[in-house]
Design a protein around this ligand. Structure first.
Ligand SMILES: CCC1=C(C)/C(=C/C2=NC(=C\c3[nH]c(/C=C4\NC(=O)[C@H](C)[C@H]4CC)c(C)c3CCC(=O)O)/C(CCC(=O)O)=C2C)NC1=O
Length: 161
């Protein structure tokens, strides 16, 4: 896993240089949003199950997916879906704190699309529910932190698509 600081330092190290202006600007941006990130992570963790629940209500409930024959039908599969959304929320929060998406590649996206395809989990509906979580989260944490979190929800969405 990388974070914004190691990403910037590694790329300067590879070139054998001190940090240049653009590297320093990146670090400054990261440090100046530190408190925003920690505050957002605090309220997301305190409201995680409510965020997931509202996102499901907005995107999946009462659709063909929750009816017999749908991929969320049966309690076991419904629970697996809720659990997956909770993973996406938790790992997006980690990535937002780190200011870097690499943890999503390593822990979440690696092999996920293949797993979904082999189990018949619909990717389009999953992406819709991740986008619903993005909206619900933004309304909880406010527009600035919401935009930061949005980067990582979008990263998972495009990694799945
Ligand atoms: C931390 C990283 C991590 C991820 C991301 C992860 C995902 C993941 N989701 C799975 C299943 C699943 N995922 C879903 C999800 C959904 N079905 C829908 O229709 C909805 C659109 C969607 C929810 C948004 C369902 C229903 C299953 C069970 C499918 C089945 O067994 O038939 C499985 C197969 C094994 C299992 O059932 O537990 C994995 C590995 N596991 C992990 O360890």
């Amino acid at each position: 896993m990388q974070d914004a600081i190691t990403a910037v330092i590694n790329s300067s190290d590879v070139q054998g240089k001190y940090l240049d202006t653009s590297a320093l600007e990146k670090l400054k941006g990261y440090f100046s949003t530190g408190e925003l990130r920690v505050r957002a992570a605090t309220s997301i963790s305190a409201n995680a199950s409510a965020i997931v629940k509202e996102a499901v209500a907005k995107s999946l409930l009462y659709s063909d997916i929750t009816r017999p024959g749908g991929n969320m039908y049966t309690t076991r599969r419904y629970a697996a879906c809720i659990r997956d959304l909770d993973y996406y929320l938790r790992y997006s929060t980690y990535a937002m704190l780190a200011g870097d998406p690499s943890i999503l590649d390593e822990r979440v996206l690696n092999g996920l699309k293949e797993t979904y395809n082999s189990l018949g989990v619909p990717v389009g509906a999953t992406v819709q529910s991740i986008q619903a979580m993005k909206e619900v989260t933004a309304s909880l944490v406010g527009p600035d932190a919401g935009k930061e979190m949005g980067v990582y929800f979008d990263y998972i969405s495009s990694g799945l698509s």
